[in-house]
Write a protein that binds this ligand. Structure first.
Ligand code: ATP
Ligand SMILES: Nc1ccn([C@@H]2O[C@H](COP(=O)(O)O)[C@@H](O)[C@H]2O)c(=O)n1
Length: 231
C-alpha cells in the first residue's frame, strides 16, 4: 500500500524569470537535475524562431511580416536537464541560436504578439505533460505563461556582475560592450507591450550579485522542497 512516506513527490511547477545573465539557465538546469524534474529553456524557443526568420530572409524590422509567418516553423524542445535540445523543422539549432546575430535580433521577434501566442501555447503544453514537474525559465513565465506555478523565482544581479559573467563565457569579449548589449536587450524585453519581462507579484526575488552559482542553486532547491512538502 502506498503511504505518505512511500508516495512519489507531487509534480511541482517552478517558474524562474529575470533579466539576461542573472543565472536562470544554469540554476534551472541544476535544480531540475537535482530534483528529477524536467527543464524548459523558453529563451531558446524565441531564439529558434528568430534563427528560422533570419534563415528564411524575413524582414525583422517589419512586425507584420514576422506575424505572418509566426506559425510556420515547427519548434521542438527536449526537456532533459542533463541534455536539453532544440530543433526547428527537424534541424538541430542549439549552436546557431547562440550567435551574436540571433542575440541582437531576438527581442524584435519576441515582441510580436503572434509569436508570443504561438510560443506560449507550446510552453504550456510542455509544462502540463511533465509528469514529475518542470522548471521553466524565461521572462514572463510567472506573470503570463504559468501564472499558477507552485513556485515563482525572480533572479536579479547587478549589470556589472552579469556582464562579467557573460564576458567570461564569450572568451575575450569586451566587458563594457557586453554590458551595453545586455542592458539594451533587457530594456527592449521590459518595455514591449505584450508580456514584458517582469517580476510576478508573488515571486521570490533572489539577488545573485554576491552569491556563487552553487549558493543560488541551494537556495532554489530549498524553496522547491518546501513547496513540495506542503503539497
Ligand atoms: N551566481 C553566479 N555567480 C557567478 N557566475 C554565475 C552565477 N550564475 C550564473 N553564472 C554564470 O553566468 C553566465 C550566465 O548564466 P546563465 O546563462 O545561467 O544566465 P541566464 O539568466 O540564463 O542568461 P540569459 O537570459 O542571457 O540566457 C554563465 O556562464 C553562468 O555559469
Ligand atoms: N519567456 C521568454 C524568454 C525569452 N524571451 C526572449 O528571448 C530572448 C532570449 O532569451 P535568453 O534567455 O536565451 O537570453 C530574450 O532576450 C527575450 O527577447 C522572451 O521574450 N520571453
Amino acid at each position: 500500500m502506498e503511504t505518505a512516506e512511500t508516495a512519489a513527490p507531487a509534480a511541482v511547477i517552478v517558474a524562474i524569470d529575470g533579466p539576461s545573465g542573472t543565472g536562470k539557465s544554469s540554476t534551472s538546469k541544476a535544480v531540475a537535475a537535482q530534483l528529477g524534474l524536467s527543464y524548459l529553456d523558453t529563451g531558446a524557443q524565441y531564439r529558434a524562431i528568430t534563427w528560422w526568420m533570419v534563415h528564411n530572409g524575413i524582414d525583422l524590422t517589419d512586425p507584420t511580416a514576422i506575424a505572418a509567418v509566426a506559425g510556420k516553423p515547427e519548434i521542438v524542445s527536449g526537456t532533459d536537464p542533463a541534455a536539453p535540445t532544440i530543433t526547428v523543422d527537424g534541424t538541430d539549432v542549439a549552436g546557431p541560436i547562440r550567435t551574436t546575430d540571433v542575440t541582437s535580433k531576438v527581442s524584435a521577434v519576441s515582441a510580436v504578439p503572434e509569436v508570443r501566442t504561438r510560443i506560449t501555447e507550446l510552453q504550456r503544453s510542455i509544462a502540463v505533460s511533465a509528469e514529475k514537474g518542470i522548471v521553466v525559465e524565461g521572462r514572463d513565465i510567472g506573470t503570463t505563461v504559468l501564472p499558477d506555478a507552485d513556485l515563482k523565482i525572480f533572479l536579479t544581479a547587478s549589470p556589472e556582475a552579469r556582464a562579467a559573467r557573460r564576458s567570461g563565457e564569450l572568451k575575450g569579449a569586451d566587458v563594457k560592450a557586453t554590458q551595453e548589449a545586455l542592458i539594451k536587450r533587457d530594456a527592449a524585453d521590459s518595455s514591449r507591450k505584450t508580456s514584458p519581462l517582469a517580476k510576478a507579484g508573488d515571486a521570490v526575488e533572489v539577488d545573485t550579485t554576491e552569491l556563487t552559482l552553487q549558493q543560488v542553486i541551494e537556495c532554489v532547491v530549498t524553496l522547491v522542497e518546501e513547496k513540495r512538502a506542503a503539497k
